[in-house]
Design a protein around this ligand. Sequence first.
Ligand SMILES: *Cc1c(COP(=O)(O)O)cnc(C)c1O
Length: 351
Amino acid sequence: MTTRQHFASDNYAGTCPEALHWFLEANASGHEPAYGDDRWTQKSSDMLRQLFEIDCDVYYVFNGTAANSLALASICQSYQSVICSSIAHIENDECGAPGFFSNGAKLLVAESQSPSAQLGKLSPEALHHVATKRTDLHYTKPRAVSITQATELGTVYSVDEVSALSEVAKRYGLKMHMDGARFANAVAYLGCSAADITWKAGVDVLCFGGTKNGLPVGEAVVFFDRELSKDFAWRAKQAGQLASKMRHISAPWVGMLENDTWLRNARHANAMAQRLYQGLLKIPSVNVMHPPQANGVFANLPAPAIQALHAKGWKFYEFIAGGGCRFMCAWDTTEASVDAFLADITRTLAT
Ligand SMILES: *Cc1c(COP(=O)(O)O)cnc(C)c1O
């Protein structure tokens, strides 16, 4: 039985066949060394090094909150700080975990940009302003910049934009962290290489999301600056993030990386967002906030229509875009689901 698809989050979707195939493959191999000493962990880490065209350090953790928090904790001392945008996931949706795991590092929030194509992004000017506003010892010492790619509002930083931010970051000795919960969707949109938009543009550590793109569980923390990963294994273990049956997290990554499944999944999700966007443009009382670049569409709908759609059983969030609705498409979202949703929105607004 197939049930209705939703637009609440891309993590509503299940596991893609390629990831599942390797999950079962790793399981069928019987007994294997634990804690990451297995061949699937080796293989997928090598595949990531190949993808990024550099000898980076790779670790797997259970979720994005842990990936971000532990990566930032590897950069920051307790008296230091991380500069991020006001809508950053680390600021709004991680229950204070970055501060907790770093024993006190503070997030310094810069207003995210407002022109539509820039929505949700940190600007070099804002970064400069926050990085230089206080240098006395009564304030925290800025040590890192965190940007989200694709952003929480579905926009994507270009290679030039990331490079411009790292230029400012380097000037003030700040390390660059990229929250890539939707990194795949960003790369699919940009059409560049994974290396171009990360270390070649100055990124020191990337949290490469897999869950929202079709994995059962598990994000990769990819250190391009290998100095930063020195004690990461201990940090992850202490935080309860070292999976003993690591192969069940790492083997599905093989399926994700093999034949560019990760890009295909992301391209599909992005295309479904475009389809939804084109459909919404034709509905007069729907106000789309900006053209989607990744796999989310953000729009304002009249409140009664939102209620009616929820009453019809459609799940989506309204709290992320300051009152606007967020419609996320996943690797498995079908054209039929998009069309059914559009038809219900049209019907709801006609009554
Ligand atoms: C989903 C998401 C994460 C990870 O969230 P978890 O629920 O902890 O896995 C991190 N950053 C962004 C921008 C996200 O959308």
